[in-house]
Design a protein around this ligand. Structure first.
Ligand SMILES: [Zn+2]
Length: 403
């Protein structure tokens, strides 16, 4: 009997066969095609990011060039696609090396454009949303509604009511994005059901600190971080933690405008939780078991029979300054450095990042950083990897024949 892949660690080994976790425990037989020594490393289930944007349109990014160095094996697209734009998301999901699931935007136009998708209520078509979700329960695990003044215009909470009707009919959770009022935050929170998620829960703009957020959390509404380009403030999170309100799930809201900062990736977002004192095991649960359970997703644990989605991190005791969406800075005591990411037992290979779309605004500093990265990559790839001492003579010349 031999494994395809065996991780050998401090306390337990993890064996993989046929893309699944085949055995977990101490001292497993060293009989594997490939053995990965993870002594001293943090080994987690492949991370699940419950709020990302990978569907085509204004916000979407390609997940593979980020996944291989961040440990994120399951990407939940949160409302990039609505019923009219599902085919584009399906093509992305089929082509990706990572697992993609989605929350359907209640607005059928989804996030093809920058915002405003629920200003025309004709787009918030409940029967169409229900049919779209029911037709692909593999892809769709919930409904997404963005509720802020820019998105809904004069429509108040009506898009949310419609999203809830669709979610109720399909038996799936709803994720609500909160931001600038109106509609009032309390009105939004009061409508949400146990098991629904409030993303941007530590938003500096919505600042959910009143009794309505406590009441929502107490009846089982789940707080999701959803960092994004405008959805996370350290001081709001600290006030929530002081009040006993910790985020249930930690997600990035990684998209074309947050990828180059302030979010960068999920391990960086996790370090922001460490920076305000959330323990590492809580943070890991918030990106593995909890999002899996909240959205009914496979994975999120290292149990025999589960898909062999595995991430290996070095937890380096080195202070790391981190910035929220409002340029507030906190310091994490450690850096989480992903060393390897496996999907179904397959190591994700390096993938070069694509340049940002032309409509994405970047500061001069961000542009300079992208140029520097381009030069560094070019320098790496144009420098011979090994010198003469590292090469063999593969076809030795024979002695010339004497005539
Ligand atoms: Zn988002």
């Amino acid at each position: 009997m031999s494994w395809d892949l065996l991780f050998t660690g401090d306390e337990r080994d993890i064996a993989v066969r046929d893309g699944l976790i085949a055995a977990v425990g101490p001292g497993l037989p060293r009989d594997a095609h490939r053995i990965v020594d993870v002594t001293g490393r943090l080994v987690t289930p492949g991370l699940i990011d419950a709020h990302t944007h990978v569907g085509p349109g204004y916000w979407g990014i390609d997940p593979d060039p980020v996944a291989w160095y961040s440990g994120v094996t399951t990407w939940v697209d949160a409302g990039s696609a609505g019923a009219y734009t599902v085919d584009g998301l399906r093509r992305v999901a089929r082509a990706a090396g990572v697992r993609i699931h989605a929350l359907l935007n209640i607005s059928a136009v989804g996030l093809a454009g920058r915002t405003g998708e629920s200003r025309d209520l004709a787009n918030c078509d409940v029967p169409l949303a229900i049919d779209t979700i029911q037709a692909d329960r593999e892809l769709f695990h919930g409904v997404k509604v963005r509720i802020d003044s820019e998105t809904v215009g004069d429509n108040g909470v009506e898009p949310l009511r419609r999203g809830l009707a669709a979610a109720e009919a399909c038996g799936v959770p709803l994720m609500a994005h909160i931001g600038t009022a109106p509609p009032a935050l309390d009105e939004v929170l009061d409508l949400m059901r146990p098991g629904d998620l409030v993303t941007h829960c530590a938003s500096g703009i919505a600042a959910p600190l009143g009794p309505a957020v406590r009441a929502a959390a107490e009846r089982g509404v789940l707080l999701d971080l959803g960092h994004g380009s405008g959805g996370f403030a350290f001081d709001v999170l600290e006030a929530q933690l002081d009040a006993g309100l910790a985020p249930h799930t930690v997600s990035t809201d990684l998209h074309a405008r947050s990828l180059h900062g302030p979010v960068f990736d999920l391990p960086t977002t996790m370090a922001k939780l460490l920076a305000v004192g959330v323990p590492l095991d809580e943070v890991v649960a918030a990106v593995t078991t909890r999002p899996a359970r909240a959205l009914g997703l496979p994975g999120g644990s290292l149990t025999v029979g589960d898909p062999a989605d595995i991430a290996v991190f070095e937890v380096r005791p080195e202070p790391l300054g981190l910035v929220d969406a409002h340029r507030q800075v906190r310091t994490s005591p450690v850096r989480l450095i992903n060393e390897a990411t496996f999907v179904a037992g397959r190591l994700l290979p390096p993938r070069l990042p694509a340049p940002p779309a032309p409509w994405i605004p970047l500061t001069d500093t961000q542009r300079a950083a992208l140029d520097r990265r381009g030069r560094d990559i070019r320098a790496l790839l144009t420098t011979p990897l090994v010198d003469v001492a590292g090469l063999a003579e593969q076809f030795p010349r024979t002695e010339p024949r004497s005539s």
